[in-house]
Design a protein around this ligand. Structure first.
Ligand code: TXE
Length: 481
């Protein structure tokens, strides 16, 4: 049995109360490791270490930060196989997905921000005739908190930690208790990379205990959070009155709009990915597919044919298209929405059932890729985030109707448009209520771009200099000469 440890003050240590709780392997339903059941005392310990480390780390040269972060990049790359296997085991995703996406992106996150900080400049404002000039400095905040979810564990964990460290802050980071393993492995690599003690602290445990302690700690001045909208509301209610900086990447219910003049083959092929990649557990997945009526049957026939070829299998199987969903609770949540879809009048075109595998995975949490048609655009299944391998097909007659339905939810994270008409593409993109729009593609990511949503999908933007601005405070200094 593996006992995970916290990284505090540069040491891998037990939780202060020596309490642990079970960590499950989704593909088998078995307990395979123990997670530190840390609490506010552990966060205080981490805070003391981070506070102590801040003066020195915030005054390191950009080159030193670059070099230290690049050592970690190389260590992640050298441990690619071990980290991929760990991520697949902990999350249930196919090993090929962890190896191709999750772990390479974790390395890239550190590489990107190690470089970005060496290019991050600030402005000066000259006042002609006044013999006065202003210059802006962007200074690190101090000790910051990073709280991340279970769907892309190391990918999203490092997406927050990297800019925070690059900007000169010291960090207290909490991975999801559902998928803590690769964060623990990263702790070992961070020590090996030579991060000064206390610069990066990783504390494991329950959101309501450890995440809450981070949010409430008066010394932690900024919180970067990715997870559910309801949790985002809780964190906001605590942090806002404390005037903490908040970056919130929350839920989504993303539209995927297919116009009649789309390249149908491309639209179908990519829509299978945007529907079911990572078992549909990506906040950017396009779970509501709107198709112009004249091509609705053609799209449906071609889409279902491809979905029916997807293989739900052991994540270790190189042929697996979908692995297990992340937890028993989530398994039951997703199945409950499929049941609700039937009650709301939906017709299951493909899937709709749990998958019973044999062998080591006989007790795993597997669900068929599920396609549903015939639902009203404003029913619960089309309005609420399911976050699993479930999509809906809905026809539309006009651009205005497609936009009305697409914009009808409380969310506004991402959207996809398929059309060969460039004017229509720009016109529709401008009217979509979302922070990210892909046209004739999906999940194409340039890390320099602003990343985040509107409405209940969050507040603030990650990515590029947006992230470095979030993790710094700007100060204007005015000199008369
Ligand atoms: O998120 P949670 P989970 C959505 C998706 C999913 C739902 C819940 O709908 O079903 O969120 O997923 C910590 N104070 N997304 O369980 O519960 C928790 O320990 C402070 C979208 O992952 O929000 C974990 O580390 N922290 C999302 C992190 O918050 C708290 C990706 C996320 O947990 C806390 C994943 C509290 N009171 C899920 N309660 C996206 N946008 O990518 C929990 N946490």
């Amino acid at each position: 049995m593996i006992y995970l440890k916290n990284l505090i003050g540069g040491e891998l240590i037990e939780p202060s109360k020596k309490q642990y709780f079970d960590n499950f392997e989704p593909a088998t339903g078995n307990v395979y490791s123990q997670i530190p059941d840390s609490d506010a005392d552990d966060i205080q310990l981490a805070y003391q270490a981070a506070e102590k480390a801040f003066p020195e780390w915030s005054n390191t040269s950009l080159d030193f930060r670059f070099e230290t972060m690049m050592k970690l990049v190389r260590l992640i790359e050298q441990n690619h196989k071990k980290l991929s296997e760990a991520e697949s085991m902990d999350n249930g995703k196919p090993i090929k997905l962890a190896a191709k996406v999750d772990i390479p992106r974790a390395a890239q996150n550190f590489k990107f921000f190690a470089n970005a900080i060496t290019q991050f400049a600030s402005e000066s404002h000259n006042m002609p005739g006044e013999e006065t000039i202003n210059y802006t400095v962007r200074q690190p905040i101090g000790v910051v908190g990073c709280i991340s979810p279970w769907n892309l564990p190391l990918y999203l964990f490092t997406w927050k930690i990297a800019p925070a460290l690059a900007a000169g802050n010291t960090v207290i980071a909490k991975p999801s208790e559902v998928t803590p393993y690769t964060a623990y492995l990263l702790s070992e690599l961070a020590i090996e990379a030579g991060f000064p003690k206390g610069v990066l602290n990783i504390v494991h445990g329950l959101g309501q205990k450890v995440g809450d302690a981070i949010t409430r700690h008066p010394g932690i001045k900024a919180i970067s959070f990715t997870g559910g909208t309801s949790t985002g509301k809780i964190i906001s209610s605590i942090a806002a009155p404390m005037f903490k900086k908040l970056s919130l990447e929350l839920g989504g219910k993303n539209p995927n709009i297919i116009f009649a003049d789309a390249n149908l083959d491309n639209a179908v092929r990519t829509s299978v990915l945007s529907s079911f990649a990572n078992q549909g557990q990506i906040c950017l997945c396009g779970s509501r597919i709107f198709i112009e009526r004249s091509i609705y049957e053609d799209f449906k026939t071609s889409f279902i044919a491809k979905v029916n070829k997807l293989k739900v299998a052991d994540p270790k199987d190189p042929e697996s298209s979908l692995g297990a969903v992340v937890s028993k609770d989530h398994f039951e949540k997703v199945l409950s929405y499929i049941q609700l879809a039937k009650e709301e009048g939906g017709k299951i075109l493909s899937g709709g059932n749990a998958v019973q595998l044999d062998g080591r995975c006989e007790n795993g949490w597997f669900i068929e890729p599920t396609v549903i048609e015939g639902l009203e655009y404003n029913c619960r299944v089309q309005q609420e985030e399911i976050f699993g391998p479930v999509v809906t097909l809905t026809p539309f007659d006009t651009e205005e109707e497609a936009l009305m339905m697409a914009n009808s939810t409380e969310y506004g994270l991402a959207a996809t448009i398929w059309t060969e008409n460039i004017n229509k593409a720009h016109r529709v993109a401008a009217k979509l209520q979302s922070g990210i729009v892909w046209i004739n593609c999906w999940l194409v990511r340039d890390l320099r771009t602003p990343f985040g949503g509107v409405k209940n999908s969050g507040v603030g933007r990650e990515g590029g200099f947006e992230a470095l601005k979030f993790f710094t405070e700007s100060k204007n200094i005015c000199i008369k000469y």
